[in-house]
Design a protein around this ligand. Structure first.
Ligand code: TYM
Length: 334
């Protein structure tokens, strides 16, 4: 069976962007039954920028609770945190020696995150995409569900696989495909339709957090920035209306339908009518997740047990692939 791998950083809270762009689709791919699904809390990636240790611990458990509350079932998917499966870091080292500095320098996420003062960024932040390639390829995963913002990293993952295969004259690492699908592959800020919804935005009103309660969700949607026009009846009418497009996309993704279908129902509505409908839908879909997350967070031992079990399962898949990689590279070993 083909394997799916994806990861989320435990660096602060989960947003609606993470949920619609990634998690919700992790669940679909798990339930389709066509794939073996491996989902990871990428704590090694999180520490490429400073994380307070206690906050990292909490964020990792909360992320695990989020996965489960969103519908990832530890009896159907492998669910674990990255640091517990050493093969990720081990393969990442090999890939650090395959990837080129120039490839890394071209990564837009590196440029954005390192900013002007890149001399002061961690070496880990620079090497981040090689670790990401290792996450995926240490399982020979072929399908990677992600949001739009990870596309460039997945192209680099292919480049690393291809170069490794060429350098060593093997056909060992598969070419992975990003799975970037659905209405909400890039959920935008509720305050600015040109910015991605992000957990690092200073304004909490710019995002919906998976831990927000019903009133907060409704209030954030009510206050979301919009233009004064009514909704168009076709998606073409959303051109140059980024805020309107974003709310329609969010609606479509939550309702598991298409933007066209949403506009067929709501075209001609003013935002004064559409926003309450969206708020109801969002509360309906998200409030149960937040309730379940808080319930799970009261049982940290159970969460740790699930993560421990997942790490064992993951290791069993990764170890033989790393061993074979070492052999290909020429490392002496038993
Ligand atoms: P991270 O932790 O930033 O985000 C996790 C997932 O959520 C998606 N996402 C969004 N999707 C739509 N709209 C948004 N506003 C939005 N914000 C976030 C991301 O695209 C991602 O799918 N580098 C990765 C983590 C990672 C990984 C991997 C992913 C590490 N190793 C291997 C896939 C495979 C990251 O920082 O995601």
């Amino acid at each position: 069976t083909p394997r799916v791998f994806s990861g989320i950083q435990p660096s602060g809270g989960l947003t609606l962007g993470n949920y619609l762009g990634a998690m919700k689709r992790f669940v679909t791919m798990q339930d389709e039954g066509k794939f073996e699904t491996v989902y990871c809390m990428v704590d090694l990636h999180a520490i490429t920028v400073w994380q307070d240790p206690a906050a990292l611990t909490r964020a990792t458990r909360e992320l695990c609770a989020g996965f489960i509350a969103a519908g990832v079932d530890p009896s159907k998917s492998i669910l674990f945190n990255q640091s517990q499966v050493a093969e990720h870091a081990q393969l990442a080292w090999i890939f650090n020696c395959v990837a080129r500095m120039g490839w890394m320098q071209r990564m837009t996420q590196w440029k954005d995150k390192a900013g002007k003062n890149s001399q002061n960024a961690s070496l880990g932040l620079f090497a981040y995409p090689a670790l990401m390639a290792a996450d995926i390829l240490v399982y020979h995963a072929t399908h990677v569900p992600v949001g739009e913002d990870q596309k460039q990293h997945l192209e680099l993952t292919r480049d690393i696989a291809i170069k490794f295969n060429n350098d060593f004259g093997v056909d060992f690492f598969p070419e992975t495909e990003p799975v970037i699908e659905g209405a909400a592959t890039r959920v935008m800020s509720l305050r600015d339709g040109s910015k991605k919804m992000s957990k690092s935005d200073p304004s909490d009103m710019s995002r919906i957090n998976l831990t927000d309660d019903a009133d907060t969700i409704a209030q954030k949607i009510r206050k979301a920035r919009t233009d004064p026009e009514a909704l168009p009846s076709e998606v073409d009418g959303l051109d140059d209306r980024p805020e309107a497009r974003n709310l329609v996309n969010i609606y479509a993704a939550l309702a598991e339908t298409t933007p066209d279908a949403v506009l067929a129902d709501h075209g001609g509505s003013q935002f004064s009518a559409f926003k309450p409908a969206l708020a109801d839908l969002a509360v309906d879909k998200l409030a149960p997740i937040s309730t379940e997350m808080s319930r799970l967070m009261e049982q940290p031992d159970e969460i740790d047990r699930i993560l421990g079990h997942g790490a064992e399962q993951a290791r069993a898949l990764a170890a033989p692939i790393l061993k074979k990689t070492y052999e290909i590279v020429g490392m002496v070993g038993a």
